[in-house]
Design a protein around this ligand. Structure first.
Ligand code: FPP
Ligand code: MG
Length: 389
């Protein structure tokens, strides 16, 4: 899915996959699939699609382009026979030859006994890959915006290949992920995942928004509340949306319909664990030295970003308000803010808030029947809190 006939593009798109992330997002997709498959109203149909030639859900069919390869014109040497090298100069009007098996009729006469199936469908495995592609594409952009020299202890993509290639490479990955998404054949999932791309961008924009403290008649308490609302909204958009909508998409691909509780459970799980994950990330930014995180400690303050620990510290040290308002821009601001945060209970209270979101994620799982996948999803809520990097 990442191959390109252009060597530089082929290299940068694979770069972050060769230093893999924690892969939390695909793990959530796969475990929720396993924990719910067999329970949804349309499970029989989804299983049939995964097994029946031409129904579109078999692994090999997810690689087959929907358009004729010569029309799609994807220059990808990793997919011989399924892509076209752009050498034709003539475009004769010829009837197309069939390049996909014909679509069979669904035989509704063979329903499957309801109950947990503990499997993963090829569409759900592909969704897990797509979700990781979106995450990686966002990091290729993020490291340009944050001017990060390091990612996971290695030179970042912009440091190795430059800003332009990073942005272009990120967009290329998004294009390939979108094509793979359309081949899943589910408009609801396409809509959910497409909206995540908008959410990631909105989250990033919201993160750069100034926290306005002056010129209004509101009290300091109200202004802090506004700042909290922006921060939590941004946290959902930037981090939790991909987990929440990826989780919801997984169970939709498993045949869960509106009205099936599993869809709401999956979304709530992803949303809560996603917010907990980012809150812990924001805490680690204050707790760790650069060697552990693979990036400089205190990077958020350096970028002018106010996160949970600083917002809590503001309650105990009113002078924090001024520093937040001017985005820690004046000489000594970053050091002062860091000192205030570390003297306050901000880090501890942010951890407690993360724990509350993580507990909520665990709680919503209780509607599920017991399974190994459910136990792993529960364990994941604890791992997210306990992580050190
Ligand atoms: C990491 O945050 C970044 C994200 C979770 C999302 C970034 C989103 C964008 C840059 C918008 C553009 C996205 C697309 C798909 C076009 P961080 O900087 O807090 O974490 P880090 O320490 O890992 O860099
Ligand atoms: Mg960053």
């Amino acid at each position: 899915m990442l191959g390109s006939g252009h060597p530089a593009l082929a290299e940068i798109t694979k770069y972050y996959f060769l230093h893999p992330s924690k892969q939390v997002r695909p793990v959530i997709v796969l475990l929720l699939s396993q924990a719910t498959n067999g329970l949804g109203s349309d499970w029989s149909k989804k299983l049939w699609e995964a097994e029946c030639e031409g129904a579109g859900g078999r692994a090999e069919e997810l690689d087959l382009p929907l358009s004729r390869p010569d029309v799609l014109n994807d220059w990808n040497p990793n997919m011989p026979g399924k892509t076209n090298i752009f050498t034709d100069t003539q475009f004769p009007l010829q009837p197309s030859t069939r390049h996909r098996p014909s679509i069979p009729l669904y035989d509704q006469q063979t329903p499957i006994t309801p109950g947990l199936h503990s499997s993963i469908l090829p569409t759900q495995l592909r969704l897990a890959q797509i979700v990781e592609m979106l995450h990686t594409a966002s990091l290729l952009h993020d490291d340009v915006i944050d001017e990060s020299a390091l990612r996971r202890g290695a030179p970042s993509a912009p440091a190795s290949y430059g800003n332009k290639l990073s942005v272009l490479g990120g967009n290329f990955v998004l294009g390939r992920a979108s094509a793979a998404l359309s081949r899943l054949g589910d408009p609801e999932v396409t809509e959910l995942i497409a909206s995540v791309i908008s959410n990631l961008v909105e989250g990033e924009i919201l993160q750069t928004k100034d926290v306005k403290l002056e010129g209004s008649s509101s009290t300091a308490g109200q202004r802090r509340q506004d700042a909290w609302n922006i921060y939590l909204h941004k946290t959902y958009l930037k981090t939790a949306s991909l987990m929440a909508k990826g989780a919801r998409s997984a169970v939709v691909l498993g045949g869960c319909r509106d009205g099936d509780v599993w869809k709401e459970m999956a979304y709530a799980y992803g949303r809560n664990i996603g917010i907990a994950f980012q809150l812990v990330d924001d805490v680690l930014d204050y707790e760790h030295a650069s060697s552990t995180l693979g990036k400089p400690a205190g990077a958020d303050l350096q970028l002018g970003l106010t996160t949970g620990p600083a917002l809590y510290a503001w309650e105990e040290y009113p002078e924090m308000g001024e520093l937040i308002e001017r985005k820690f821009e004046q000489p000594g601001d970053v050091e002062r803010a860091r000192d205030i945060v570390l003297r306050s209970s901000g880090v501890q209270r942010t951890r407690e808030l993360a724990q509350a979101y993580s507990d909520k994620a665990k709680e919503v799982l209780q509607v599920l029947p017991d399974s190994d996948a459910k136990a792993s999803l529960e364990a994941l809520t604890e791992r997210v809190i306990g992580r050190k990097s």
